[in-house]
Design a protein around this ligand. Structure first.
Ligand SMILES: C[S@@+](CC[C@H](N)C(=O)[O-])C[C@H]1O[C@@H](n2cnc3c(N)ncnc32)[C@H](O)[C@@H]1O
Length: 323
C-alpha cells in the first residue's frame, strides 16, 4: 500500500499520515487516540532535541511519534511506575501473558469478588501488574482515585474479559512499548508539570495535554485557575516548539481561553464525536483545538480522511478503537 507521506521544508522526520495508530496498554478517559493522526500532521520537528510530555496519561501521543529521546512525565505515580517497570524489563510481554492468564482464570471463576480482591491488594501494594489488570477489567477503562489516593473504579461486569485473544492484544501492546523503550532513550518521571518545564531546552518539542478544568478531578488529577495560569506562563517562556491540546467548544459552551490563545499562537480545530450512553445515535460533537507556537505548514485543513472518519464511525468501531 502506498503511504501518504507529508514532507515540508525543515520537516525531516516524515510521518506516514495513514500509519496505523498504536493503542497503548493503559486506557484512560482522556485518551487522545483519535487525535493522533491530526497531531502527526501538525508536529514539525527535526528530532535534534527531546520529545517532552508533561502530562503523558496513557502515552498514546508520544508512543505514536516514536521519538529517539523523550521525557514522559505525569503526576500520577501509578502510570509512571507502570512504564518504568517496562523500561527496566521488570514487566515483559511474557510476564504479562502469564499474569493475565492466571488472574483472568480467577476472574472468570469468581467474577466481581476477584476484581475487588485485586483492587484491595493494589491499594496496599501498588504493583504495576495489578494496575494493568484493574485498568482493563474496571468500568470503561477509567483511572480514578478517591480522596485518600485509593483506586476506586468499579468492576465492568465482564468476568470473561480476559479471553486468549484479548490477552494477546494486551501483550502486543506491551511488546510495542517494550521495544520502543529498549530501542530509544526514554525517561519516565512522576512530577508536577512545573518541574518538567524546568528541564526544557531550546531544541525540545513539547506536547501538552493538561486536564480540562472541572473534569475528571481526583487525587492525582485536578486542575484549577492557578495551574492554568502557571501552564500558560510556562508555555509563553518556552524556547522550543510546543503543541497544546485543549477543547474549543461543544454544543453548550465555549472555552473562554481560546481568544487569548488565538492572539498569541496558531489554533487548529478538529471535530470529534463521543458517545454518551448506550444509544448508537447519541453522538455528541466536540471541537478540540491544537494550539502551536509555530505556523504548521504540514497540516491539511478539512482533510477528507477526517471528515469520513467522523461521519461513518459507529459506536462499536469507536469502542473497539479505544480497546
Ligand atoms: C488529559 S490527561 C492526558 C491524556 C494523554 N494525552 C492521553 O492521550 O492519554 C492529563 C494527565 O495530566 C496528569 N496531571 C494532572 N495534573 C497534573 C500536574 N499538575 N502535573 C503533571 N501531570 C498532571 C493526569 O494524571 C493525567 O494523566
Amino acid at each position: 500500500m502506498k503511504l501518504d507521506i507529508i514532507k515540508a521544508p525543515g520537516h525531516e522526520f516524515n510521518r506516514p499520515l495513514n500509519a496505523k495508530v498504536f493503542v497503548p496498554p493503559i486506557k484512560s478517559q482522556g485518551i487522545k487516540t483519535k487525535l493522533v493522526p491530526r497531531i502527526r500532521e501538525v508536529v514539525q520537528w527535526d528530532e535534534n532535541g527531546r520529545w517532552i510530555e508533561p502530562f503523558m496519561g496513557t502515552g498514546v501521543v508520544g508512543f505514536n511519534m516514536r521519538p529517539k529521546q523523550a521525557i514522559f512525565a505525569d503526576s500520577n505515580p501509578h502510570i509512571i511506575n507502570f512504564y518504568i517497570a517496562i523500561s527496566r524489563g521488570e514487566i515483559t510481554p511474557a510476564i504479562v501473558r502469564a499474569y493475565l492468564e492466571s488472574e483472568g482464570r480467577l476472574l472468570a471463576r469468581q467474577g466481581a469478588d476477584h476484581y475487588y480482591r485485586v483492587r484491595e491488594r493494589f491499594n496496599q501494594t501498588h504493583t504495576p501488574l495489578d494496575f494493568l489488570f484493574l485498568n482493563r477489567a474496571g468500568f470503561n477503562g477509567m483511572i480514578r482515585f478517591n480522596q485518600k489516593g485509593g483506586f476506586n473504579v468499579p468492576f465492568n461486569h465482564k468476568p470473561n474479559r480476559f479471553s486468549q485473544a484479548y490477552i494477546t492484544k494486551i501483550v502486543n501492546q506491551i511488546q510495542y512499548v517494550f521495544d520502543l523503550c529498549h530501542l530509544n532513550d526514554y525517561t519516565f518521571v512522576c512530577q508536577d508539570f512545573r518541574e518538567t518545564f524546568k528541564l526544557m531546552q531550546a531544541d525540545d518539542f513539547v506536547y501538552c495535554d493538561p486536564p480540562y478544568a472541572g473534569r475528571h478531578v481526583d487525587y492525582f488529577n485536578s486542575w484549577n485557575a492557578q495551574d492554568e495560569a502557571d501552564l500558560f506562563a510556562a508555555l509563553a517562556n518556552c524556547e522550543g516548539q510546543f503543541i497544546l491540546s485543549t477543547w474549543h467548544s461543544n454544543q453548550y459552551r465555549r472555552n473562554l481561553t481560546i481568544p487569548r490563545l488565538e492572539e498569541a499562537y496558531h489554533v487548529i480545530t478538529h471535530e470529534h464525536f463521543y458517545h454518551v450512553g448506550a444509544k448508537e445515535t447519541n453522538r455528541k460533537p466536540v471541537l478540540e483545538a491544537l494550539v502551536s507556537n509555530y505556523q504548521p505548514t504540514t497540516y491539511r485543513p478539512q482533510s477528507r480522511h477526517y471528515q469520513q472518519a467522523a461521519l461513518f464511525e459507529t459506536k462499536a468501531a469507536y469502542q473497539q478503537d479505544e480497546e
